[in-house]
Write a protein that binds this ligand. Structure first.
Ligand SMILES: [Zn+2]
Ligand SMILES: [Zn+2]
Length: 90
């Protein structure tokens, strides 16, 4: 996806997560198109589980586990070949 769709936040706006040293932006800006894309990805991901898929290690596969919303943005809104085959879609 197009990285220019993300708005940079200054380090002053960052906060420390209570469960680890990883620093994430306190505010993650998203336009309507990006919110829609994230929703589609998460719906596809949960549907994949409903059809019996487990988490995938393919960087771009929608079945890759996402802890942070940034990780949702990094993957595609689609299944890799192995996951597609797992739900009979390949
Ligand atoms: Zn999952
Ligand atoms: Zn996969």
């Amino acid at each position: 996806m197009d990285p220019s769709r993300f708005t940079q936040v200054s380090p002053q706006q960052w906060r420390v997560e209570p469960h680890g040293p990883m620093r994430v932006p306190a505010v993650i800006f998203a336009d309507e198109a990006l919110l829609r894309e994230r929703t589609i990805k998460e719906v596809l991901h949960e549907l994949g589980h409903a059809y019996g898929l487990v988490h995938c290690h393919d960087q771009l596969c929608v079945m890759r586990a996402s802890t942070y919303v940034e990780e949702v943005d990094l993957k595609d809104a689609g299944f890799c070949g192995a996951c597609a085959a797992g739900i009979g879609a390949a």
